[in-house]
Write a protein that binds this ligand. Structure first.
Ligand code: CA
Length: 249
């Protein structure tokens, strides 16, 4: 199958800087979104460092093609995210102004008929298949822990004042816990990565509807999602990468 992607990031309506960063590379089938934190200069440094490290590490590793070796893809993705974590931790060392600097990351490699997704924090991956939208990642956040424990409903979590608190991030500790999963992808599917600026402004149903309104057009789907988040208030930076999976040719 073939892929066509589009990615964009937008500062939103309330913030004066954009601490998100993203990567989309259809040749390597490598996609990522990072959402920095720690005050705006530090947040920008952390998310761009994460994206640059992922891109450099994986471009080098994938110069030898891995075909549809999903185990290898998982290994490469995991070690690239660990590299990014190490780079950020090293940058924080000894610099008081960058204390507390960190970033989320969600990164995906599409190999054969599988999407391998690695994530830390609350940036998400979704898959639209057969008109239904599945969340491929579970947020490493305080509210989502409360949901898993049955102490908050999804609706409460969506509106909760502490919904921005992440429980895992790159840049906080040397041995970061990276969650990796795999999902089958098929022609006609739409694969999405986003920062929480999208999914705190829109529900999953609204994200699905925006994707369904622009079938086969990654760019317009992406723009529709960012516009919708801004119309809803644009309280945060919004970053979206949309990948259309197609039949070959
Ligand atoms: Ca954010």
């Amino acid at each position: 199958m073939s892929v066509a992607s589009y990615g964009m990031t937008d500062v939103g309506r309330r913030r004066d800087s954009n601490e998100d960063a993203f990567l989309e590379d259809d040749d390597l089938r490598l996609y990522a979104v990072a959402d920095g934190m720690g005050g705006h200069a530090a947040g920008e440094v952390a998310s761009s460092l994460a994206i640059e490290t992922l891109a450099a590490t994986l471009r080098a590793a994938l110069s030898r093609p891995i075909g549809s070796d999903v185990d290898r893809a998982e290994q490469l993705l995991r070690s690239a995210v660990a590299d990014a974590n190490r780079k950020i931790c090293e940058s924080v060392h000894g610099r008081d102004e960058w204390r507390g600097m960190g970033t989320t990351v969600v990164a995906a490699l599409l190999v054969g008929e599988q999407a391998v997704v690695a994530h830390v924090g609350d940036s998400r991956a979704y898959l639209l298949h057969d008109r239904s939208l599945a969340r491929l990642t579970s947020d490493h956040s305080w509210v989502s822990e409360q949901v898993r424990l049955g102490l908050l409903s999804e609706d409460d979590a969506h509106r909760h004042p502490m919904r921005n608190i992440v429980t895992r991030a790159l840049g906080n500790r040397d041995d970061v816990d990276i969650e990796v999963g795999r999902s089958r992808i098929q022609p006609g599917d739409v694969f999405v990565l986003c920062s929480d600026g999208l999914n705190t402004m829109l529900t999953d149903d609204e994200i699905r509807d925006a994707l369904l309104s622009h079938p086969g057009d990654a760019r317009r789907a992406c723009e529709a999602l960012v516009d919708a988040a801004n119309e809803r208030g644009g309280e945060d930076n919004t970053t979206v990468v949309v990948v259309q999976v197609r039949w070959p040719g």
